[in-house]
Design a protein around this ligand. Structure first.
Ligand SMILES: *Cc1c(COP(=O)(O)O)cnc(C)c1O
Length: 427
């Protein structure tokens, strides 16, 4: 710990004045912007109910916006991903290779289907998987690869899709943090959610496009779209002449609602411009962060796009006398935002304790029977050790919620916070 000088005491975490005090906070994610058309859409549901067909209109608009043939709207992304795993026929004993740094919602459906999550390591610069890390963990039982566009940064889809095609393995995109981002590789190009074989989206309260709660699956495959619809919306039912519904396959009720579709449709109309403001604000901050020794702004690989669900920096711990956690606390005290911090829980093999103790997976995961993972995953030791680079990435990363509301002065103030804290703790 550096010896405090009078100048040091000015750090807000030590009782000094914050760059942005509580009465002059930076813009936050909430309240969310609600376009005028959302009010009209909600009114038309109140007036017309199902006849308003907001779900149908949203699905059509979302398929078009993402450049896919089919969109199936679903209650949230955890359910959307579960439905698409079911729709792809993922089942007991199958392995699903999935980004280790993600939300639990990416994993839940894999475990629910009795399949085994396999975690490759990541590119330390991005926190995302690459073809190189994925290739190391493929096996004859690999049923799908799930590339999570974490933070809002697109995975290197050219190489991942090429790898999937060469092995005949389906590529899934978890697009929850990166809707309508653009990818441009030599052969793989277009909007997020159209780059692999199937994409899953979230319209949760905090996500770019929010309906308060919601999700969707996008794909060009009619067969996958039909199977997802059957599993998630029709509860596996098929209507027979002279009888009615027969439940021919197992299915659930993961329906989206008309009101939410009305909100989502309205928000879709402003998403591209919001994404652009997010990019511009982040580029401004990155140019300032770049000037500070020991702190690295987000790295964006060639061809990828970043639309910043979270902004994130990596710290070189050797250059500062404090821990990454203390550095984050100091930034928070300067007014960076209540959710600025280190987030080790995003490292799924570390935070998903129920998978670590397979002998008890049934009890802990809520299944009354012996879960298939007990057998199929018995030789897998789930822990942070399976992806040391991912662990290094989360341990050295400070991230916080980004929004398109930041003005240039707000970004300059953020840069001031980083400079102030970095100079105080610099060794
Ligand atoms: C938010 C999120 C999910 C889960 O989405 P819900 O709509 O909350 O179920 C899944 N994956 C990622 C990467 C997410 O950010």
């Amino acid at each position: 710990m550096a010896i405090k000088t009078p100048a040091d005491v000015s750090l807000a975490v030590n009782g000094g004045t914050a760059v942005r005090s509580a009465d002059n906070p930076l813009p936050q994610v909430f309240p969310r912007y609600v376009p005028e058309s959302a009010y009209d859409n909600v009114r038309s549901v109140l007036d017309g109910g199902v006849a308003s067909n907001l779900i149908g209109r949203f699905e059509e608009a979302f398929a078009e916006a993402t450049g896919t043939k089919y969109c199936v709207s679903i209650s949230n992304c955890t359910a959307a991903l579960h439905s698409l795993y079911a729709g792809l026929g993922v089942g007991p004993g199958d392995e699903v290779v999935v980004s280790p740094i993600t939300d639990f919602g990416t994993i839940a459906g894999i475990v629910a289907q009795g399949a085994v999550p396999i975690f490759p390591d990541v590119d330390v610069r991005t926190g995302n998987v690459s073809a190189e890390t994925i290739a190391k963990v493929l096996s004859p039982r690999t049923a799908a690869i799930v590339a999570v566009h974490f933070y809002g940064l697109l995975c290197p889809m050219e190489e991942i899709v090429t790898l999937g095609r060469s092995k005949g393995i389906t590529v899934v995109e978890d697009v929850c943090q990166a809707p309508l981002a653009n990818y441009s590789g030599p052969t793989v190009k277009g909007k997020s959610g159209s780059l692999g074989d199937v994409g899953g989206f979230s319209f949760d309260a905090e996500k770019h496009l929010t309906a308060d709660h919601g999700g969707a699956v996008t794909t060009d495959s009619e067969e996958v779209a039909d199977r997802v619809r059957s599993f998630a919306l029709s509860r596996g039912a098929v209507t027979h002449e002279g009888y009615g519904r027969k439940h021919e396959t197992f299915g659930l009720n993961y329906r989206f609602g008309q009101f939410q579709a009305g909100l989502a449709l309205a928000e879709l109309g402003v998403l591209e411009e919001q994404n652009e403001r997010r990019r511009q604000g982040a580029a401004h901050l990155s140019s300032r962060i770049d000037e500070i020794d020991g702190i690295t702004p987000p790295y964006i690989p060639p061809g990828s796009d970043h639309i910043y669900w979270l902004y994130h920096v990596r710290l070189d711990p050797d250059q500062f006398s404090c821990s990454v956690w203390d550095f984050a606390e100091a930034l928070k005290a300067e007014g960076l935002g209540a959710n600025a911090g280190v987030a080790p829980y995003y490292l799924v093999p570390d935070s998903h304790v129920f998978m670590q103790d397979k002998a008890h997976v049934a009890g802990r995961s809520g299944w009354p029977w012996d879960h298939p993972m007990n057998e199929f995953a018995k030789d897998i030791e789930y822990s942070a050790d399976m992806c040391p680079v991912a662990k290094e990435h989360v341990d050295t990363t400070i991230r916080w919620g980004w929004t398109d509301k930041h003005a240039a002065e707000d970004i300059e103030d953020m840069a001031t916070m980083f400079n102030k804290v970095a100079e105080y703790y610099r060794v």
